[in-house]
Design a protein. Structure first.
Length: 282
């Protein structure tokens, strides 16, 4: 299938951008392109995901802060979803598709779920009571040189590294790693999932292949998750699922994402089952 951008190339090109060209603010045309694309996006989880463009334009506007992490742009996109089953996964899936589209247009982005003043952004957006507001991203053109803060961030997070296949993908049981040969035509969708961005680069996704289906789990610390309104690992798994799905679609592999009532698989305590990819049988 022909998608809006070449999936593998764009996934490999994308990286977090925290330093932007102050002298060259994002153009009106690019902002409009992004928001038109955002407003037309759908997701396989059937959740209505909303995007909001935010700018600090004049001195009367309340300062939208990122604690000095983001430099050189004043333009952001925020994502909101109604609270519910698979809502955060849908937010991750849909926002990542927008981020890949932006990457392909030469626009820099950076998922932010922690280092921004959430309350100020939430009131600027007008987040409603039953809504969740998991993240924002700055948009702009990448500066030639990274700020010192950005370089330190990347080093601390080992931002260029990812976990290996044998830590992430399993076959039938969580003590049996899935090889690329076992994955067959799903080797590329899984590889692109592996390269996805995640909060603090934790890569909390774990995928188990069984009877041709791929079951998606999140490594979630339940005690921490109970304290936060947004379980960020659910967003991360949604991001991974978008890479997986886009690669599968590009290869002509069809199927559906479903939340099964009983997967009947024993999993380690820290893993939470989220949803499954059920390939279409020929
Ligand atoms: C859901 C999510 C939340 C994130 N939150 C932040 C954040 O608050 N601050 C930040 O500087 N980076 C944040 N990041 C960026 C990650 O640190 C980054 O994706 C990861 O280190 C991998 O680097 P890369 O995006 O360049 O591949 C977030 C990423 C994701 C996916």
């Amino acid at each position: 299938m022909n998608l809006d951008f070449p999936v593998e190339q764009t996934v490999k090109l994308r990286h977090s951008v925290r330093t932007y060209q102050q002298a060259k603010p994002i153009s009106q045309t690019d902002k409009e392109k992004l928001m038109a694309y955002a407003d037309a996006l759908s997701n396989p989880f059937g959740v209505p995901v909303s995007f909001h463009l935010l700018e600090t334009k004049d001195s009367n506007a309340k300062k939208l802060g990122t604690y000095g992490v983001i430099k050189g742009t004043k333009v952001y996109i925020g994502v909101t979803v109604p609270a519910g089953v698979l809502s955060l996964e849908a937010a991750g899936y849909t926002f990542e598709k927008l981020i890949l589209y932006a990457t392909n247009l030469g626009i820099g982005t950076c998922w932010l779920a922690g280092t921004f003043d959430r309350n100020t952004f939430a009131s600027a957006i007008g987040v409603k009571e039953n809504e969740q507001f998991p993240a924002i991203s700055p948009i702009g053109y990448t500066a030639e040189k990274r700020s010192l803060t950005e370089s330190v961030f990347r080093k601390t997070l080992s931002a260029d590294k990812r976990k290996n296949w044998n830590e992430l993908f399993f076959r039938d049981r969580f003590d049996t790693p899935l090889t690329k040969a076992d994955a067959g035509e799903y080797a590329l969708p899984l590889e692109l999932l592996r390269l996805a961005p995640s909060a603090a680069n934790k890569q909390p996704w774990r995928i188990l292949q069984s009877n041709g289906a791929y079951h998606f789990y999140g490594q979630i610390d339940s005690s921490k998750a109970a304290k936060h309104s947004v379980t960020i690992e659910r967003v991360d798994v949604g991001i991974g699922a978008s890479h997986f799905h886009l690669a599968a679609l590009e290869k002509g592999l069809s199927g559906t994402f479903e939340k099964l009532t009983d997967v009947n698989i024993t999993s380690p305590k820290d893993l939470r089952y989220l949803f499954s990819w059920i390939p279409e049988r020929e």
